[in-house]
Design a protein around this ligand. Structure first.
Ligand code: AMP
Ligand code: ZN
Length: 136
């Protein structure tokens, strides 16, 4: 995709602080500096998000996420990680090239990666009726 900033970063045509690269994926520091080590993992092949991504590409991205989070906890002194993805404008996605956010966590780093939500009064039975999916 010509105008996609993450395609450009993955091809080395736009600057980034690279963390890891293989033939299918690329990981780099998020520009926001909103927390220490905020990392993005993207496929080199353009897709918008989890919804349109083919399974093979998605599994390559997830494998890289796992590689990086294991490295962060084993070798870099972090104690845990949050892994976050936004798929779709309504889900607050802002860059429309698939990416997973990794937030490496320290004990007492004192930020909340799970802000409290507004709640729902819908009964579980109603939610289950709408959402359930049969094995196929
Ligand atoms: P999302 O809102 O989930 O689509 O996240 C997009 C993320 O991309 C945000 O956290 C931005 O800070 C980050 N971002 C946007 N442009 C760049 C860039 N050129 N280099 C690194 N991170 C970027
Ligand atoms: Zn792209």
């Amino acid at each position: 995709m010509d105008n996609c900033i993450f395609c450009k970063i993955a091809k080395g045509e736009a600057p980034s602080y690279k963390i890891y690269e293989d033939d299918k994926t690329y990981a780099f520091l998020d520009i926001s500096k909103d927390c220490y080590g905020h990392t993005l993992v993207v496929p080199k092949k353009h897709c918008e998000n989890v919804l349109d991504c083919d399974e093979e590409t998605l599994s390559c991205v997830i494998k890289t996420v796992k590689k990086i989070v294991n490295h962060y906890v084993k070798n870099c002194g972090f104690k845990g990680v949050n892994i976050i993805n936004a798929s779709g404008e309504e889900a607050q996605q802002t860059v429309f090239h698939l990416h997973f956010h990794i937030l490496p966590r320290m004990s007492k780093d004192e930020y909340d990666a799970f802000p409290s939500l507004c709640g729902t009064i819908a009964p579980f039975e109603q939610q289950q009726e709408l959402l359930k999916l049969e094995l196929n």
